[in-house]
Design a protein. Structure first.
Length: 180
């Protein structure tokens, strides 16, 4: 049963602890976001990205498979699909500071990832935000410049992209959607 709240935007991180398992729960500005578990193609992309990022990650950083909570401020609890952070910023259940947040778009999360989460990650000072669209085989790379995200690249299909932030990693979008 969902916690009752009478005030719009009145959900808190404590309310998340009372929710039943099986769905993904996030908060943006106290608004509860509920999404179903991801489908196979989503898992495939996340798995390929995890291996690629892990293999290129410097020792002082850590690449983590979500969901692991990121609580940048009161009323916000996000669960990025993948993330990179400094080792000291990773706790058992949450990360205190992100260098990279990765979201793989799906029909149920597309708008939230592109608009709402982008704004929260930007306000929190997350250096890089990647959005991957498996249907279009397209990676959008956003990087923080003077407190605002700028589009560093939009990479499609077989094009090669060499990310520089938060560390150097080459990737090809079409490789992320292929089955093994």
């Amino acid at each position: 049963m969902l916690p009752r709240t009478r005030v719009p935007g009145g959900f808190t991180s404590a309310d998340l602890e009372t929710l039943p398992e099986g769905m993904r729960y996030e908060l943006i500005g106290g608004q509860l976001l509920v999404t179903p578990p991801p489908l196979l193609n989503h898992h495939r992309v996340v798995g390929h990205l995890l291996v690629l990022l892990y293999d290129n990650c410097p020792d002082e950083l850590e690449v983590i498979l979500g969901p692991l909570e990121f609580r940048p401020s009161t009323g916000h609890v996000l669960l990025p699909d993948l993330l990179a952070c400094r080792r000291e910023d990773a706790g058992a259940r949450r990360v205190s500071r992100l260098l990279l947040a990765v979201e793989v778009l799906s029909p149920s999360t597309r708008t939230t990832d592109r608009l709402l989460k982008r704004a929260v990650y930007e306000d929190a000072g997350v250096t890089s935000y990647w959005l991957f669209d498996p249907e279009a085989e397209e990676l959008t790379v956003l990087e923080l410049l003077d407190g605002a995200y700028v589009e560093r690249a939009v990479v499609k299909g077989n094009d090669v992209f060499a990310a520089e932030l938060p560390f150097v990693v080459p990737l090809v979008p079409s490789d992320l959607v292929r089955s093994a």
